[in-house]
Design a protein around this ligand. Structure first.
Ligand code: ATP
Ligand code: MG
Length: 633
């Protein structure tokens, strides 16, 4: 399954396009355990859409993530857990220990009436029990819906009701940085409006006093005393749902994306191994939360299916100080670090003093995900963290794709800063214009689509198949539309220019917001920026930039002129922002993405109706920006 040279990549890619079914069937058969073989590799059309992989095949993903490694290497660490507070002990669970915990907790779920096909909401901080809970659901065939632990009661209630969950798994509280956060209290508030939930299982983390309702609420630690750790894996159909996961809500109301057992297993493991070039014994640290797809695919399922050592971190990158990631790398001798541009840019802003003196020599591969990574951040990451010795893989993908779609394979395929680069084997990308005509050749840009299904293609949006069709499969007939815009160079490398809504048309020139941000961020003193369009009488669209500067800069007029000069030099005068507003923060989703739709509304002067803001991290930032925008007019 591991691609080991550029030639092998090219061969694999070629084979995957010539004969996709043969290509994936071979990978699925040779690297995974199936209880029964499939009868048909693929059945699909993008019209309904209907996508089925390994049709008729039977398996349980936890047998692939646990049982087989317990047989081969029971004492190897599976999960390393690093707590929020560095003075607390970290925990290592071997494959044997993780297996036992998953099986016991699976029996707890059964004891509490959870059955195959039931939906279970998991609302927990990043503690080992979160990974155990997801795998325990998979063990018995319950469909998990992990809701990121920072969401409010009403966001939890919406998600529980959307998928009619029968149970919730949570904790008493959570610790993040120097804050203690109630979890069970929030769940209690949510459940006032959730009649389908019959059971709440509460794990202890903070010993915060909580109310426990008789007949509904039980303690994790008490329940496991009633069960043993013998729990045979439920036989699942390849196309049975494995989980529901709501998108992060950058562009609108979150969608309940459904992934199924067989295809998701194959694709998350295949991409994990190849993109990061995982070799036995390496320690993989993905800094995402399991509440997002990145955590599902590259903390839990992908790494465990490959028998890897996966590190999960409870805290935040800036606690106790901005050197925490580097401390963790040093302490656990991390080999692969996978994080987001928003974290990199924020840590850049704190300066190099937090990196200096840390032993980062164990690092071999660096990864980025979530947003376009601007060149400045890419180089900072490569130079100061990777010591110019680690490939930086910029991985483009979506909740809906289940796994990485466009990325370099670390050390195998060429790198190009700020370019996600080449599609993975099996991924047939295509650029189209507004009318759906394919744009061929190099040095072009357009809307990013996919021609052919891959094993972890979104199957449906829970409870509303029509929404899945209209969102992803109706813009262009017979294509999956990503919603993102991209450029392609003469070598077939892709660069994501942002959401299609974010591609600007300035006096007839198409300019991606990411390109302009990249140029602005190159200016020294700029920490982060976000660019949107607004209606402009002459140009059609004007460019509005929100910019965060380092705090010591006080001549903002000069900075403004310098930024314009920088953009002019990097892209050209056409891309010079018409308006620059200096801000202290940007509106972000809880997964760390900039919500450009809110910034767009503010730039357009439409502040009354900002749309769905339920996934916003810090609403105060929006107020500040609204007020600042008034002054700019
Ligand atoms: P919603 O669909 O609810 O608006 P969302 O799109 O933010 O939320 P995700 O599935 O978490 O939810 O994010 C996928 C999107 O993130 C991609 O469509 C793309 O815009 C962006 N993205 C992810 N990785 C990269 C990357 N490496 N480079 C550029 N953009 C990326
Ligand atoms: Mg999306």
């Amino acid at each position: 399954m591991l691609i080991q040279s550029y030639e092998e990549y090219q061969k694999a890619y070629e084979a995957s396009v010539q004969d996709p079914e043969g290509f994936w069937a071979e990978i699925a058969a040779n690297n995974f355990e199936w209880k029964k073989p499939w009868t048909k590799v693929l059945d699909w059309n993008f019209k309904e859409p209907k996508i089925q992989w390994f049709v008729g095949g039977k398996l349980n993903i936890t047998e692939n993530c646990l049982d087989r490694h317990v047989r081969d290497k029971p004492q190897q660490p599976a999960l390393i857990w690093e707590p929020n507070d560095p003075s607390e002990d970290s925990i290592t669970l071997t494959y044997r220990q993780l297996f036992d915990r998953v099986c016991s907790f699976a029996n707890v779920l059964k004891r509490n009436g959870v059955k195959k096909g039931d939906r279970v909401c998991i609302y927990m901080p990043m503690i080992p029990e979160l990974a155990v809970a997801t795998l325990a659901c998979a063990r018995i065939g319950a469909i998990h819906s992990v809701v990121f632990g920072g969401f409010s009661a009403s966001s939890i209630a919406d998600r529980i009701n959307d998928s009619q969950c029968v149970a919730v798994i949570t904790t008493d509280g959570a610790v993040r940085g120097n804050k203690t956060i109630p979890m069970k209290d929030t769940v209690d508030d949510a459940l006032i409006g959730c009649p389908t939930v019959k059971k709440v299982i509460v794990a202890t983390r903070t010993r915060t006093p909580v109310s426990m309702i008789k007949g509904r609420d039980v303690w994790w630690e008490e329940e496991v005393k009633f069960v043993n750790s013998d729990c045979p894996a439920e036989e699942m159909d390849s196309e049975d749902p494995l989980f529901i996961l709501y998108t992060s809500g950058s562009t609108g109301k979150p969608k309940g994306v459904v992934h199924t057992c067989g295809g998701y297993m194959v694709y998350s493991a295949y991409t994990f191994m190849n993109v990061f070039q995982y070799k036995p014994g390496m320690v993989h640290f993905c800094t995402a939360d399991i509440g997002w797809i990145t955590g599902h695919s590259y903390i839990v399922y992908g790494p465990l299916a490959c028998g890897a050592i996966s590190l999960m971190f409870e805290g935040v990158p800036t606690y106790p100080d901005a050197g925490r990631f580097w401390d963790i790398v040093e302490k656990h001798k991390v080999n692969i670090l996978y994080t987001a541009p928003t974290a990199i840019r924020s840590l850049m802003g704190f300066g190099l003093e937090y990196v200096e003196g840390k032993d980062l020599s164990s690092l071999k591969v660096l990864g980025s995900v979530g947003e376009p990574i601007n060149e400045e951040a890419w180089h900072w990451y490569s130079k100061n963290i990777g010591k110019d010795n680690c490939p930086v893989v910029d991985t483009w993908w979506q909740t809906e794709t289940g796994g990485i779609m466009i990325s370099a394979l670390a050390g195998i395929t060429p790198l190009k800063p700020a370019w996600a680069s080449l599609p993975l084997p099996g991924i047939q990308m295509m650029l189209v214009d507004e009318n759906g005509n394919e744009i061929l050749g190099g040095n072009v840009s357009g809307n990013l689509c996919i021609k052919f299904p891959w094993p972890s293609t979104i199957r449906t949006t829970w409870g509303d198949h029509e929404r899945c069709r209209t969102n992803y499969f109706s813009a262009y007939p017979n294509l999956y539309f990503t919603g993102d815009g991209a450029m392609r160079d003469e070598n077939g490398f892709y660069r994501i220019t942002g959401r299609v809504d974010d591609v600007l048309n300035v006096s007839g020139h198409r300019i991606g917001t990411a390109e302009v941000e990249n140029a602005i961020n190159m200016h020294t003193g700029v920490v982060e920026s976000a660019v949107v369009g607004y209606p402009h009488d002459i140009k059609g669209q004007g460019i509005y930039a929100y910019v965060i500067c380092e705090s010591h800069l006080n001549d903002l007029d000069l900075t403004r002129r310098d930024i314009l000069a920088t953009v002019s030099r990097v892209i050209g005068p056409i891309a010079k922002p018409d308006k620059i507003q200096f801000v202290s923060g940007l509106p972000k989703t809880r997964s760390g993405k900039i919500m450009r739709r809110i910034l767009r509304k503010i730039a357009e002067g439409e502040t009354a109706n900002l749309g769905d803001t339920s996934t916003l991290l810090d609403p105060n930032v929006v107020e500040e920006i609204k007020n600042g925008a008034q002054l700019l007019k």
